[in-house]
Structures are given as structure tokens and as C-alpha cells.
Design a protein around this ligand. Structure first.
Ligand SMILES: [Zn+2]
Length: 305
């Protein structure tokens, strides 16, 4: 997947270190402002396990400990342009969020009669405070429904996705992950995200259906990504998506299937414990969204799993 050269990249929707974000929603004291609410983040491949969040463990350290890397991340984000998005992971994330905005701004009114509201994206290192509590990179990329923010630690891609799970190192694979998280934002807008918590485990559970739908929405984005014009009517940000890109995404979707993760961790494959779906299911639903480009085709809640 190649971003076109030239043209401006709007970096305002992405911040470094988990700061910035959406006005009044940010800055909630962890364990304070969210106390009493059932606030659970939706991680890329791990189940919804509050024990993973590092809540009350002091995992975030003091403000001084994280501010330096936050500043560096912010400076990195601020100097991104479209050319760098083809080679630099952080800039690629920024540009992907803009491509996602272009596609959903066009598709959501057409397909669901709703106006798209762009989520804020936070690029962090190691730990981050969120509306869902303090989280560490160990949970992988995630979406927090409480603050409607996407959170990514870019070291995840090389260290975990490729290094541990055998996902593709290509840019397309990283873009798929961002698009999947944006799928959770759409589910939050539509009210479907709660189905994940109502029925959190098992091969045909609500949680798995929510995850597969996010894969399908990522496929839907890929379907339109090279044809959806920028809001100003300019050329699409992405100028190519090759069969090799699709293969890389499929390899990655399979790498984060629950059965593959269980097998690669030396565990028995146990469908009753699944939270995201098997490799085959994840592949299938990405492909469905990619081939059909239709939100209706992404109705995993009615599908037989
Ligand atoms: Zn997910």
C-alpha cells in the first residue's frame, strides 16, 4: 500500500504519549473519574482481562518518567509527511488514520445514514493512561470505548506481531491493525461494542463477533482506500493496494487468530476460551469486507459462526 507523494498530512488527530486527545474527555484521573464504571478496553488480540491493564500497579510511573518519550513521539508525529508514511511506522500510522477518516466520512453517511466522528489516536511507548485505566504495551494495540481513543505502541509491530506471532512486517499489515481499531470506534458509535462484554468468550461469542466485525470493517476500508477522495476533493491518500498487500494482511489476520496464538504459546487449542476468533475466521471476515465493501456484509451478529 503506497501513499501518494506530495500533499499535506494533517497530524492533528494523533498525539504522542497518550496526551492531547479530545478536549474534556482527556485528563480523567485513573481510578477516579472512571470509578464505578465498567470500563474495558478492546485489545487487538488479547481477551478483555482487566488484570492486563496494570490498574493500581503503578505501571505508569511518574509524569516525569513518561514525558520525555511523549515529547519525542509528539515531535516525530509533527514532522511526518506523506512521503515518510511509506517508510516510517509512526508516520504510516498517522497517514492511515487520515485515510480511514476519508473512507468513513464518505461511506458511513451512504451506508448507515450517520456522520463519521474521527476518533483520536495516541501513539505511546510502554505505558499509557487512558479512560479505561492505565495500560501497558503488553495488551497490544487497543481501543478504549470510554474515551473513544485508539492506542498503539509502534514497537508492537516488530516485537510481537512479526517477532512472536509471525505476522507480516509490511506496512499493509500495520495499516490493517489501525483500521481494525477504527472498526471498534465505529462499533462504539453504532452501539454494538457492548456485545463484546455481554458475551465475552467462546468461538461464537459476542466478543468474537465484535472482533470479526472489526476485521470486516478493516477490509471495507481497504476496499475504498485507493478510491475515496480526500474531503477537499483531492486524490486519495493511498495510490496503490497490490495483491501482495492483501496477502500480507491475510497473513497477519491469521497470525492473530486465537487458535494460532494458543498453538504458538504452547497451549492446547480451546475454542471455548476464544475472544477474537480463529485464524480462518479472521481471514474470512477481512476478505468479506474487502471484497464486498458493504457494512451489511459485515453483520457478524447474524452470521453463523
Ligand atoms: Zn479488536
Amino acid at each position: 500500500m503506497t501513499f501518494r507523494q506530495g500533499g499535506r498530512l494533517d497530524t492533528s488527530g494523533v498525539s504522542g504519549g497518550g496526551r492531547g486527545g479530545r478536549g474534556g474527555r482527556r485528563g480523567i484521573a485513573v481510578g477516579g473519574g472512571v470509578g464505578g464504571l465498567a470500563v474495558v478496553l478492546i485489545a487487538l488480540f488479547l481477551g478483555v482481562d482487566p488484570g492486563q491493564l496494570g490498574l493500581d500497579s503503578g505501571a505508569t510511573g511518574g509524569p516525569g518518567q513518561t514525558s520525555e518519550s511523549a515529547q519525542q513521539l509528539q515531535a516525530h508525529i509533527d514532522q511526518c509527511d506523506l512521503q515518510q508514511a511509506n517508510t516510517d511506522t509512526i508516520c504510516r500510522i498517522v497517514a492511515t488514520t487520515e485515510s480511514l477518516e476519508d473512507v468513513w466520512t464518505a461511506q458511513l453517511p451512504d451506508q448507515a445514514g450517520m456522520r463519521w466522528v474521527q476518533p483520536h489516536t495516541n501513539i505511546f511507548a510502554s505505558t499509557v493512561d487512558t479512560g479505561c485505566g492505565a495500560a501497558s504495551s503488553a495488551v497490544g494495540p487497543f481501543y478504549c470505548p470510554a474515551d473513544e481513543n485508539v492506542y498503539l505502541d509502534p514497537t508492537f509491530f516488530d516485537q510481537v506481531l512479526v517477532g512472536q506471532l509471525g505476522g507480516s512486517p509490511s506496512g499493509a499489515a500495520q495499516m490493517y491493525v489501525v483500521a481494525h481499531e477504527f472498526g471498534h470506534h465505529l462499533q462504539t458509535m453504532l452501539g454494538d461494542i457492548r456485545r463484546s462484554q455481554q458475551d465475552p468468550q467462546g468461538a461464537s461469542s459476542g466478543a468474537v463477533r465484535v472482533e470479526l466485525q472489526a476485521d470486516c470493517y478493516a477490509g471495507l476500508w481497504a476496499h475504498y482506500a485507493t478510491s475515496s477522495p480526500a474531503p477537499d476533493g483531492g486524490a486519495p491518500l493511498l495510490e496503490s493496494l497490490t495483491p501482495g498487500d492483501v496477502d500480507a494482511i491475510i497473513q497477519t489476520a491469521e497470525a492473530i487468530g486465537d487458535d494460532h496464538i494458543q498453538r504458538s504459546g504452547g497451549a492446547r487449542v480451546d475454542p471455548q476460551s476464544w475472544t477474537h476468533g480463529s485464524s480462518e475466521m479472521r481471514r474470512q471476515w477481512f476478505v468479506t469486507g474487502y471484497e464486498q465493501g458493504s457494512m451489511q456484509a459485515c453483520d457478524t451478529f447474524r452470521a453463523r459462526l
